[in-house]
Design a protein around this ligand. Structure first.
Ligand code: SF4
Length: 406
């Protein structure tokens, strides 16, 4: 991590600047952690995807501020590091900032790598928006999947660090629930000992002992919810129990207080037709009470093979999408309505997806046998990148304009 950022911060008079970081991405959180270790003060951390943030929320001791607040602080001493998931987004926020104050300085952080490792090949829920539940059974089998061993995990990290020296972060999930892995705490510790950040995303709808996890916590702990009452939550988090989720959220906060530490918890609220209004407000209020960031997002239906016409939508998919998604028509007819896009997908440039057994996956939106490559340990990165760039599913994905471009 350090060699990557050393160059980025080699800026004249850095000590005289008011430094801000924009972007709750791997690079944004890595940079924040890096500057914190170097004892370089960051005035604020911001991202438009967070709902209006309370006063007491901080990431690694840096206040998380609303983007409007950041815009009102700009002057000729301001330096904003733009750490977005794509170059296009970074350029957009750069122009917003410079339009507001042309003397402010912006530095775009890009060209870093990230790896998704599905340490758990299993999930305890069957959300119908997720491919674990909605994959086409003739194209992929989710049954019989297991957990990644700690030994395999370490070998994968060895190879990642050799091949991708600019890998800043490891996502410990792809399709599975990471809390199902008994090795999660030591995997996070292993990532930290190698100078990278660890990100997990959990449905939190399970019994779990958080004490050992929070001693050396993940750098971003995402929690995925879609409602505040059981009646609403269970329609989209199928098989989940919101009382268990909420009690776990309280438990996390209690352990934070006991350990006198703060964990960077981000609650992702998937917005469907039936969970806006009172449900949304109650979930947001709970996050405020606990000091967690609330990140509402338009719910997506994860399944490129179905949307690209490779696999058929099932009757249950169509009913589900029609009832719960405001943009149901777009989802169901995307293969006819979008413009073709060309270029190389960000997933094939800077991301790697590794399954619980060590096999390479094409990307997180493709649960299909055609999207599984060879063992990561036995394949060169060059071959993997070639396979990703020329993949036939990506060709279909580009045809429907779904590709994730830089
Ligand atoms: S082009 Fe589409 S299918 Fe291919 S890696 Fe990108 S998002 Fe995934």
């Amino acid at each position: 991590m350090s060699c990557y950022f050393d160059e980025a911060i080699s800026i004249a008079n850095l000590n005289e600047k008011s430094i801000y970081i924009y972007g709750a991405s791997v690079s944004g959180v890595s940079l924040l952690k890096y500057l914190d270790k170097k004892r370089i003060k960051v005035t604020g951390f911001s991202d438009v995807s967070f709902s209006k943030v309370g006063n007491d929320i901080a990431f690694f001791g840096t206040p998380v501020i609303d983007f409007d607040v950041l815009l009102n602080c700009l002057d000729d001493k301001t330096l904003v590091f733009l750490c977005c998931s794509s170059e296009k987004k970074a350029q957009h926020y750069q122009s917003v900032i410079l339009e507001k104050c042309s003397e402010a300085q912006c530095v775009i952080i890009n060209n870093y790598d990230e790896v998704y490792i599905d340490i758990s090949g299993r999930c305890n829920l069957r959300c119908r928006s997720c491919q674990v539940a909605n994959h086409h059974k003739e194209s992929f089998s989710y049954s019989g999947r297991g957990l990644m061993s700690f030994e395999l995990f370490c070998k994968i990290l060895d190879k990642v660090q050799m091949e991708l020296p600019y890998c800043l972060g490891v996502f410990l999930f792809n399709y599975g629930e990471p809390l199902l892995s008994p090795d999660l705490p030591r995997m996070i510790h292993e990532i930290h000992s190698r100078g990278m950040i660890a990100i997990i995303s959990s449905n939190l709808s399970l019994e779990y002992n958080f004490d050992s996890l929070l001693i050396d916590p993940p750098d971003i702990f995402k929690i995925s919810i879609s409602g505040f009452s059981q009646k609403v939550y269970e329609t989209t988090h199928n098989g989940g129990n919101i009382y268990l989720v909420k009690s776990n959220m309280y438990r996390i906060r209690m352990i934070e207080d006991k350990l006198k530490t703060r964990v960077n918890v981000v609650v992702g609220y998937h917005v469907y037709n039936n969970n806006q209004g009172a449900e949304y407000i109650a979930a947001e209020d709970l996050c405020k009470e606990l000091g967690f960031l609330f990140q509402p997002r338009k719910a997506i239906f994860c399944n490129i093979p179905k949307q690209a016409g490779i696999d058929p939508f099932s009757k249950s998919d169509i009913e589900f999408i029609s009832e719960y998604y405001p943009n149901s028509r777009d989802i169901l007819t995307i293969n006819q309505s979008k413009e073709t896009i060309s270029g190389t997908c960000r997933n094939a440039l800077n991301r790697l997806f590794i399954d619980y057994n060590g096999d390479v996956f094409l990307c997180f939106m493709v649960m299909h046998n055609g999207g599984i490559y060879k063992s990561y340990l036995q394949t060169s990165l060059k071959d993997i990148r070639m396979w990703q760039k020329e993949h036939w599913i990506c060709g279909k994905c580009k045809d429907i304009g779904f590709i994730s471009l830089e």
